[in-house]
Design a protein around this ligand. Structure first.
Ligand code: AMP
Ligand code: ZN
Ligand code: FE
Ligand code: FE
Length: 300
């Protein structure tokens, strides 16, 4: 049993993707921040798990291995119009040796790199930045993401921080290229389940991507995700608006799903602070009870 007063943060990034600290640094910082249990959820990779698990044990922190899986949703409106958008799916405790999952992640990592080259080429038309500069930001085995381009531009004095970059490279902007080589959202959910993992949608309808207060919610899309095996929602995240969190609470109650809260810590790469949002012990217990892949290391 997890102590009901445990401080739990289930979404953090290290430099195995686009966080700024090593997996051990993230664990040490988490212990220093007074947390009891932390998940490392780098984008599309498990490469930080071993180091993080080891460091967590050393500092007396509970550790939950996870992945933030990049997926792409293709949703049809009742009027037949198609919408494509990116959905981040947290996968807790999947089997690291599951071949199907490993292959999908490897494809995503490859296609992320191709996509980053595409974005860099577009930026190169207007800014003094080349693929060589961006590639220098990508240490071997690290998952490529837009923050790597941002960091290359910061190093070259073009912008001051990552936030500035995301003001002009976002879906719909002239420099944006979508990630096409990633799994479809509903397929990713069942893939994670088949690997023994527990899929929880990360920051659902974050800032500006969902309906405004009073507008209809995408009920059908969420019901389809639930039918595919979705376990819960990360309702408590700084980018999830209050009216969305309220709707998610209602949906979670109706479908007996889990609600989580997390920081989405990226070290100095983002203002998000460790433990700024947290997950209730009972909710983590429900995630652990559903997982049949990897094991969490919880300390007393
Ligand atoms: P990508 O993986 O290429 O789609 O890039 C998205 C990543 O950039 C996500 O992991 C976000 O955490 C990060 N990100 C998004 N917006 C910002 C921002 N304003 N400042 C810093 N990082 C951001
Ligand atoms: Zn990230
Ligand atoms: Fe995300
Ligand atoms: Fe994240």
């Amino acid at each position: 049993m997890i102590s009901s007063s445990a401080k739990i943060d289930l979404h953090t990034h290290s430099l195995r993707s686009d966080g700024r600290g090593s997996p051990s640094q993230v664990m040490k910082e988490a212990a220093a921040a007074g947390l009891d249990i932390v998940a490392l959820t780098d984008h599309d990779t498990i490469s930080g798990w071993a180091e993080a698990a080891h460091a967590a044990l050393e500092v007396g922190l509970g550790f939950v291995p996870g992945i933030e899986v990049t997926t792409r949703a293709l949703v049809k409106d009742p009027d037949g119009r198609e919408h494509k958008f990116s959905v981040h799916m947290l996968a807790y405790l999947p089997d690291p040796n599951n071949a199907a999952l490993a292959q999908v992640l490897a494809e995503s990592v490859d296609s992320r790199k191709v996509r980053l080259q595409g974005i860099t080429d577009l930026l190169a038309q207007d800014y003094d930045i080349t693929w060589d500069h961006v590639e220098a930001e990508l240490e071997s085995g690290k998952t490529a993401g837009r923050p790597a381009i941002a960091d290359a531009m910061i190093l070259r004095g073009i912008i001051a921080d990552r936030s500035e970059f995301f003001d002009f490279v976002f879906p719909g902007s002239k420099y944006y290229v979508p990630n096409r080589g990633v799994p479809e959202t509903y397929e990713a959910i069942s893939l994670i389940r088949r690997a023994g993992g527990v899929p929880v949608i990360a920051h659902p309808m974050a800032r500006g991507t969902g309906p405004r207060p009073g507008e209809p919610m995408p009920v059908r899309h969420f019901e389809t995700m639930i039918e595919a095996g979705l376990a819960g929602f990360e309702a408590y995240h700084r980018d999830v608006p209050a009216h969305v969190a309220q709707w998610l609470e209602m949906m979670a109650f109706k479908h007996s799903l889990v609600l989580t809260g997390s920081s989405d810590y990226h070290g100095t790469g983002k203002p998000n602070r460790l433990g700024e949002n947290r997950t209730a012990a009972e909710m983590l217990q429900r995630i652990l009870d559903q997982a049949t892949g990897a094991t969490a290391t919880l300390v007393d």
